[in-house]
Each structure stands twice: as structure tokens, then as C-alpha cells.
Design a protein around this ligand. Structure first.
Ligand code: SF4
Length: 350
């Protein structure tokens, strides 16, 4: 696996007892200033950021913080995720426990009980969360399934009024219009990785089909949430390719997930040891530098890969999921809100 290492005189600096920031700091500041001024970063600048040594993480997150503050203030959006349909997917995405090839022990259900969805919406409302995200396994849906789900969405909108985002695979234009009319504000459709690496993680559909689906949804006026997964055996060049493609798509939100290789999935046992907290912070910082005004969300894996580094993470990202699963008492939500406050930031409602 090729990892970028930013050239510099770091070794020399250490040998001479000189501060390493003298070598990297000015360039980091210059790149951050260009991003803050609304200028587009070059590929070479992005590679420099991704390849920085771990010693520069503090300098990097400090340089990125003013960009985050300019566009997002000190607020953090917290989203609640409900799995509305689970398992039995026809696709073979290697990271996914719901794929047709997965042996992972998961609950499988066609469409969650409406009361469960409404219950989650009530909790999200009471806790003043920003958005209710609803995930449905599968890539294509029969019209009657979509009509049933659209009826749920209408009820949810009446119940909570919260913005609703659906992670819902490929839709026909008519199905997408149905969801829009029902009140879905935003659709999540991730690129997941680069075009080059995509066939290594999924062969039942293509990267370009994903891009085309997103473009169709944008044409209908949906907001788009689209991001990726780090840790699936990709090269650093793939991370750059994906982030530059995302910049071209210009989604409203970019979730960055860090792979948790689940037993029974195609990526069981994958070596993710290169995802150190510093590496994760560089990826998130780069996403912010490339897309300064976008919601940058640290999604799956944050509790594992960024444990203890939340303050630094929130200097860069402005959006996270409520941790853990929703319990009757909403404990995961309370913990997440407490974490945000302890880091000096303010949880918000969109
Ligand atoms: S299409 Fe979605 S639900 Fe199906 S395997 Fe891929 S990620 Fe999982």
C-alpha cells in the first residue's frame, strides 16, 4: 500500500534540535490561507497535507480551525441514524454486513416498524438533534416499497418536522420525486472510495453508476450527502481521487467513515493499522481544506480511531453521529452531546 510521505527536512530538524514547524508550518499556513480565501487547493498541496508527519497534526488542525470557525462557527450538528431496512441486499459491497455475501450476524427485516421510526424521531426532536438519517439496505426498490416508505416519511415529518436524510441506493426519477414530495430533504449516496479502487470492493455496480445517481438527484433539487470509507486497502492516491471527485460533486455534507472490519464481511480481518488518530485527522483536515463550506462529518469509526482526540477532531469537523445505538434513555445521544460540550463546542439544531 503506498502512503504519501511529505518531503521535508524533518529528520535534519530533529538531529539539529530545531523546531519541526519551521519546516512544515509555513506551508501548512499558506495552504490553509488559500482555502480560507476560497481558493481551490491543487493535487500537490493535498498530497502534502495527507503526507505530513504525525508531529505536525497540531499545526495542521490549528491552521484548519479558522476555516471551520468561519463557515461553521463553534457548532456541531449531531445526527441520529435509524436502520429502516436491514439485510438481504443483492449487492456485494465488501465492507457491508448487509451484502449478499456477508456472513455477519445481523438482524434482517424488510421495513422497520413505523412506531420504531416515529419513536426515534421523537427522541431526536426532544434532544434537539439536527437531522434524522434513515438507512435502507438494498440498491433498488420496487415502487410499492417506495410508496410504503414515503408514507412513513410523511408521518415522520408531521411528528418531528426534522430534516430527513435517506441512505437509499439507486432510485428511478419517479421514485426520487415521490420521496421529495413526501418530505425527504437530503439523500446519502456515498462514493465510498476512488473510481480506480471501486472494483476491488464491489463488482455488482460501478462507481460511475453512483456518480450518475447523485447527479440525477441533484437535478431534482435534493441536497446530497456523499462521502467515503477509509481503511479498505486503498492507496493514499485513492483518498485524494475520492476527495477531489467529491469536491467536484459539491455535496452539502461529506461523511468520512473509518472502516470497522466486521466479522463475516468481505473485509473481515483487513489491516487498518495505518489509520492512526493522526492519519484520520489528516484525512478530515484535508476534506475541510478542499471543501471549506461543506458539512464535514466524522462518521463510523470515530469512537475507535479518534478516542481521546475529539477536541482536535472538532476543530476540523462540524458534524458527527450520535454514538452507539439508540436506547430507551437515549444514552448514546446524551454521551455525544456531553462530549461536544466538554470539547468546548455547541451542539445545534440545523
Ligand atoms: S448496496 Fe448498500 S446495503 Fe447493499 S451491500 Fe452495498 S452498501 Fe450494503
Amino acid at each position: 500500500m503506498t502512503r504519501i510521505q511529505t518531503e521535508g527536512s524533518y529528520g535534519q530538524a530533529v538531529e539539529q534540535g530545531l523546531p519541526t514547524e519551521a519546516y512544515y508550518g509555513p506551508r501548512i499556513s499558506e495552504i490553509a490561507a488559500r482555502s480560507l480565501a476560497g481558493e481551490s487547493l491543487t493535487r500537490e498541496e493535498a498530497a502534502f497535507i495527507l503526507g505530513l508527519p504525525d508531529t505536525e497534526t497540531d499545526a495542521l488542525t490549528s491552521a484548519v480551525f479558522p476555516i471551520r470557525k468561519k463557515y461553521k462557527g463553534m457548532t456541531v450538528s449531531i445526527q441520529l441514524l435509524t436502520n429502516a431496512r436491514s439485510g438481504n441486499c443483492t449487492q456485494n459491497c465488501a465492507y457491508c454486513a448487509q451484502s449478499r455475501d456477508s456472513k455477519a450476524a445481523i438482524d434482517k427485516y424488510r421495513l422497520v416498524d413505523e412506531e420504531k421510526l416515529l419513536g426515534d424521531a421523537r427522541v431526536a426532536n426532544e434532544k434537539h438533534l439536527s437531522r434524522h438519517c434513515i438507512g435502507l439496505s438494498g440498491l433498488r426498490f420496487a415502487d410499492d416499497e417506495l410508496e410504503e416508505f414515503a408514507a412513513y416519511v410523511r408521518d415522520l415529518k408531521k411528528e418531528s418536522g426534522l430534516p430527513i436524510c435517506c441512505s437509499i441506493g439507486f432510485l428511478t426519477e419517479d421514485q426520487a420525486r415521490l420521496l421529495k414530495d413526501a418530505g425527504v430533504d437530503r439523500i446519502n449516496h456515498n462514493l465510498n472510495t476512488s473510481r480506480r479502487h471501486y472494483p476491488n470492493i464491489c463488482t455488482t455496480h460501478t462507481y460511475d453508476e453512483r456518480v450518475a445517481n447523485i447527479r440525477m438527484l441533484q437535478g431534482l433539487g435534493f441536497e446530497i450527502c456523499s462521502g467515503g470509507i477509509i481503511g479498505m486497502g486503498e492507496e493514499d492516491a485513492d483518498v485524494l481521487d475520492m476527495l477531489f471527485d467529491l469536491r467536484g460533486i459539491a455535496p452539502q455534507a461529506v461523511p468520512i467513515n473509518f472502516l470497522i472490519p466486521l466479522d463475516g464481511t468481505g473485509l473481515e480481518g483487513t489491516d487498518t493499522s495505518y489509520i492512526t488518530a493522526d492519519y484520520a485527522l489528516r484525512v478530515l483536515s484535508l476534506a475541510r481544506l478542499l471543501m471549506p463550506q461543506t458539512d464535514i462529518r466524522c462518521a463510523a469509526g470515530r469512537e475507535i480511531y479518534l478516542a481521546g482526540r475529539e477536541r482536535e477532531m472538532l476543530r476540523v469537523v462540524d458534524s458527527i453521529f450520535a454514538s452507539g445505538y439508540l436506547t430507551a434513555g437515549g444514552q448514546g445521544i446524551d454521551d455525544t452531546i456531553a462530549l461536544v460540550k466538554a470539547a468546548g463546542f455547541t451542539p445545534v439544531v440545523d
